[in-house]
Design a protein around this ligand. Sequence first.
Ligand code: CP
Length: 338
Amino acid sequence: MNRFLDLDDLSDSALDAVLARARRLEHSPVTDDLRGRTVGLLFLNPSVRTLASMQAGVTQLGGQTFVVHSGAGSWKLETRDGVVMDGEAAEHVREAIPVLAQYCDLLAVRCFAEGRDLATDLSDRLIATMADLCPKPFVSLESSLAHPCQALGDYKTLDDLDIPRRGGRFVLSWAWHPKALAFAVPASTLAMAARRGMEVTVLRPDGFDLPDPVMARARATAARSGGSITVTSDRRVAMEGAHVLYAKSWAAPGHYGRPQDEASLRAPLKGMWCVDEPWFASARPDARFMHCLPVRRNVKVTDAVLDGPRSVVVRQAGNRLHAQKALLVQMLGREVVR
Ligand code: CP
């Protein structure tokens, strides 16, 4: 596998092998699998977990990293094609990607959605273009429509918690946030839970359906894996017998790129869509709370839930490390499972 832009870039056998290796690496974290190898990390957007876990993981595998943050101690990079570069950006990714690729054995890039045009962001074209520009193995650290490293870590977290793959009840819930956020995490989370064969419910207020292509893909995946996808705005119905509530905010597709229009739809939902303990009333008693982080306390989820026994958000972040290490060994190590 030469590029990892989506969880589906891993075949079922490769995914099983990566998850098995991630479990081994969790217990024996230091190896020499990447001795003499360099991983380049290019961030066009901020990060805590992805940055730190990639750097720590490569070091634990005996390799080295370099990090470039676009516009923060380095040239600001332009991503758009055909523009007159007379603004802030001094260098284009068309040069930067192949240049950086010469300095490393694998390049990993974070490049969020622009948030202006829905069709453009749903195409996820930019990360694919950057992968095409890279003659070395390439990993997405989150694009406009996918966060595959998060999905891989979350897959492991669900396994660790013995949440059933087939028949496990997984609720992906919209949560209130002051800004319109991208679809990358909800799209990857939905696809991941569908691929596990879970009974997935998308809980969202009116106007906040996930975009049609995201839902169509998840439904096709669920059909293959024996899972199901339903959509509701009824919290009690959604949470009935749930094993997991995974909270995330996302933009209203009908107002995409027009935050002021969306604000009138979003404003009345504040407080009503902050996850709190009563949300779990009809769930399994041991139902878990998941979130990719960062999360705004008492905006998206209360202190009581985050600090209580349901929350596995720190464990999720820990699994980013183990899962990404296993992925890097799969892509750069000596043994490759196809
Ligand atoms: N979940 C996640 O990707 O966190 P960061 O944005 O901090 O990397």
